[in-house]
Design a protein around this ligand. Structure first.
Ligand code: ATP
Ligand code: MG
Length: 831
């Protein structure tokens, strides 16, 4: 998978690379093209400048001719004499030489000189004004002088080469260009100011020659032209004809001057282009990346699907395994309990006790693995309910105390008296967290003490943070090992701990549960000195009253435990148990042997249906997983039957399937309750005490009903209650305060659900089910001592059976009110 992702990435890099290369090529071409375009443009501008200079030069030369023509015109008209004419000319241009020639070439006035090299003189005798040049001499301006319509004289002005610069300006580009005036035969007439020898050399260079060749070509059809020349620096050479004369302006200017910043456009264009390129590259990378991501996430989705289904398979497998393993353990533990109960041989009893310990450990391990798999499958739910912190602490402390005593460790419990007792949260999971951490503290401490401190933090009106601190003087944890603590199946310091039992799951589960409860778990430890585990759990507060003196409460609780009467008898009671496993049936029967309950066993749903039609059972235990018709189907078919002998008997699901939410599932399916396997003798007895009709239950060892003993709650401490007869309730709980509280809590917890069911039947006028429900209400209410409600329920049940619907309609509301008050009082008692 990884290499595929990597190849995907390199594909993107190659594609983006190609894209950038193509763009750079395009950019390069654009650059060349742009340069060519701009150069063409600059050439045109330079040529135009040259033309301008040529025009200026032309007008400067023409001005000189005009001057001569004007003065000669004055002479022609006889306005001035020849002498005056001469004086005027000399005054105008003292540096020039003047002369007047007769037709035969004779000098009649002025300074004589050799005029043979100046072709213009001849032309002037033909009636034209001319400017002619002779290399090494200078310029000669000549104009004809007419007399009676014919040329009589020629007037000339000779300007020496040195004086020429004052006659023609020759400047352009603010003096930055170098230029000269020459004949078409390339004879230099005059150079501009600042012309240097190197400029002449440059003009004769190879590249300049090339440029001039281009210019010459262009000038076949144009009067001015320019060409780019690369020599050292970039230059533009130029040339322009000076009017009708045979002169031309020739020169050059450097590119910087000629371009006048035009090339900044190219820089700008390339910046913009570069930025666009960058943007496009980013965009493309992003696009490819997104596409790749989409592909990867598709792959990931598929991989996740596969992993999910594998995980589901794993969860199912674990759930089934839990069932498969729990069932035989159920048999082993049950049979073993029989041995412990009945065997007189002490040695065998000891073996059996060892089996019991090992089975319990095995069961804990299975539960741990199940918990972890539930968490991993996201099926671990935090089920919040109201609970009493004192009751959680009682159970936890009692359990840890026994272990601490065995190891002769000092176990100190400190509970902040002001912590509210009645909270809202997941009692079961909080208990699990405390037990895991405390068990570790005891396990990994050889001598010294274990402290449990319960404090509160961040107290608000309706919530607080429950702070649980567990400190020990144990073996401690190395700093580098602390991060490994919460890895599943990881155990530290194997050498030291090899004799300590454990799988390394406890803290992994604890940490995840704390996480699920939005809590925090912190560890501090000094190797070889001890560790402190701190858990912080946000909890809702139901009532702000403090827990009070925990030690005192714990003492009372221990006393109530000691006064627990473990058994009842019910020789009249008929119980049906359905399970496909004979061994389980045998265990079930034997667990109840002493209670004298009459047990009927059967191994299939079909037989069960036959039996319930024939006989009236008080309670039916139905295994869930059975070949053929399973427990749920059997129960549904039973409920659908119109008339059968056991109608109204509570049906309890019996299953080794211990995954989360299973109890709710069975109740929702229509079972009255749920008992998990392996069945604990105590749990089974507790359940039977709830569901066997009161009149069939006998408490005490010899058949006499036993009255309440002192349970540590003296009558002087007791409040008078209106709806619940506590003494009566205690009697039904084998005089066990603890059991009574458990019953009462269960009764109160179940009220909303039961009441809703009653209300629904009432609204739907489903009198049959209504009667069944009030029947159950009658007996459960009596079991907690709610005599008044029990009687009201009995009256409703009787009316239901006799079809006296008007009685039900009149008394239903009153009974429901009593139900509410009773439960309210129940909660008060539990506080
Ligand atoms: P189990 O799954 O039965 O709880 P376990 O106790 O080995 O097995 P964890 O509770 O997850 O597993 O603890 C993991 C490891 O952390 C332990 O094996 C032990 O090495 C170390 N450890 C946990 N608590 C303490 C402690 N209070 N003092 C020292 N070491 C501890
Ligand atoms: Mg542990």
């Amino acid at each position: 998978m990884k290499s595929r992702f990597q190849s995907g990435k390199s594909r993107i890099i190659v594609l983006v690379g190609i894209f950038i290369a193509v763009l750079m090529l395009v950019g390069g071409l654009m650059h060349v093209k742009l340069h060519a375009l701009l150069r063409g443009n600059i050439e045109r501008q330079v040529a135009a400048q040259a033309k301008g200079v040529a025009q200026v030069t032309k007008s400067e030369l023409e001005a000189e001719i005009k001057k001569l023509e004007t003065i000669s015109g004055l002479f022609e008209n006889g306005k001035v004499s020849m002498d005056t004419l001469f004086a005027m000319l000399q005054e105008e241009a003292p540096a020039s030489k003047f002369g007047i020639l007769e037709l035969d070439g004779e000098l009649i006035q002025g300074e004589g000189m050799d005029l043979s090299g100046f072709s213009g003189v001849r032309e002037s005798f033909r009636g034209n004004s001319r400017i002619s040049f002779q290399q090494g001499n200078g310029l000669l301006f000549s104009v004809p002088i007419y007399h009676n319509g014919n040329v009589k004289y020629v007037l000339y002005e000779f300007v020496e080469a040195e004086v020429l610069p004052s006659l023609v300006t020759l400047t352009c580009y603010g003096g930055k260009a170098k230029l000269l005036l020459a004949t078409r035969d390339e004879e230099i007439i005059v150079q501009c100011e600042g012309w240097e020898e190197k400029d002449s050399l440059f003009l004769r260079s190879y590249d300049a020659g090339n440029a001039f060749a281009q210019i010459n070509e262009k000038m076949i059809i144009a009067t001015e032209a320019a060409a780019y020349c690369k020599e050292d620096k970039n230059h533009y050479m130029f040339a322009a004809d000076v009017g009708d004369y045979d002169f031309i302006i020739v020169g050059f200017v450097d590119e910087e001057t000629a371009a006048d910043g035009v090339f900044i456009i190219i820089t700008l264009v390339f910046w913009v282009f570069g930025l666009l390129l960058l943007l496009m590259a980013i965009g493309m990378a992003f696009m490819f990346g997104a596409e790749e991501k989409a592909r990867e996430s598709e792959e990931l989705r598929k991989a996740k699907e596969i992993a999910d289904s594998a995980n589901r398979a794993k969860s199912d497998f674990l759930a089934n395994m839990s069932h498969e393993i729990r069932t035989p353990i159920n048999a082993v533990m049950g049979m073993n309990e029989m041995i412990i109960r009945e065997c007189k041989d002490e040695a065998i009893k000891e073996y059996a006790c060892n089996i019991q310990n090992a089975s319990k450990t095995l069961l804990t391990l299975i539960n741990d693995i199940l918990d972890l798999s539930k968490i991993e499958a996201g099926k671990m739910e935090i089920i919040k309910e109201r609970y009493f912190l004192s009751s959680v602490l009682n159970g936890v402390v009692n359990m840890v105390q026994v272990r601490a005593n065995q190891k002769k460790l000092n176990f100190v419990v400190e509970v902040d008296e002001t912590i509210p007792d009645e909270l809202y949260g997941d009692e079961v999971r909080i208990r699990q967290v405390m037990v895991n951490i405390l068990n570790n503290a005891v396990k990994y401490t050889r001598t010294g003490s274990v402290w449990l401190r319960i404090e509160k933090e961040d107290v608000k009106e309706q919530e607080l943070v429950l702070k649980i601190v567990v400190k020990d003087t144990g073996i401690g944890i190395r700093k580098e090992d602390i991060s490994k603590l919460f890895n599943g199946f990881e155990r530290l310091d194997q050498k030291k701990n090899r004799n300590v039992e454990g799988t390394g799951l406890g803290l992994a589960i604890t940490a995840k549960i704390v996480d699920l409860m939005q809590g925090r778990l912190e560890v501090e430890s000094v190797y070889k000195e001890g560790s402190t585990f701190t858990v912080r759990l946000p909890q809702k507060v139901i009532r702000p009253e403090g827990i009070g003196d925990f030690e005192e409460k714990y003492h009372a609780y221990i006393q109530s435990l000691q006064s627990y009467r473990e058994t009842f008898r019910a020789p009249e009671a008929e119980v049906l148990v359905v399970d496909d496993n004979d061994m389980n049936l045998f265990v079930f029967e034997n667990l109840l042997k002493k209670t004298q309950v009459k047990i009927t066993k059967c191994t299939s749903g079909e037989t069960c249906l036959d039996l319930v039609c024939e006989r009236k059972f008080d309670v039916i235990f139905l295994d869930h997983m059975m070949p053929g018709m399973d427990g749920i189907e059997t129960m549904k078919q039973m409920r659908e039957m119109d008339e059968y002998a056991s109608k109204g008997a509570p049906v309890i699901a019996l299953t080794a399937n211990a995954i989360v939410g299973v109890r709710e599932m069975y109740i929702a399916e229509g079972f009255d309750d749920y008992l998990s396997k392996p069945i604990a003798g105590d749990d089974l007895e507790e359940m039977l005490q709830i569901y066997i009709p009161r009149h069939k239950l006998i408490f005490g060892s010899d058949g006499d009903e036993v009255l309440a003993e002192n349970t540590g709650y003296g009558p002087e401490n007791r409040k008078e209650y209106q709806w619940i007869d506590r003494e009566l309730g205690l009697r039904y709980s084998a005089e066990s305060e603890e059991m009574y509280r458990e019953f009462l809590k269960m009764y109160c917890d179940m009220m909303p659900e039961k009441k809703e069911r009653l209300e629904l039947c009432f609204e739907n006028e489903d009198w049959e089910n209504y009667t069944i429900a009030v029947h159950a209400l009658k007996s459960t209410s009596l079991s907690i001592g709610a005599k008044i409600l029990s009687e009201k329920a009995l009256a409703l049940e009787t009316a239901g059976k006799a079809q006296e619907i008007s009685f039900i309609r009149e008394n239903h509301g009153d009974a429901m009110e009593t139900y509410e008050m009773t439960v309210q009082e129940g909660w008060e008692m539990l506080r």
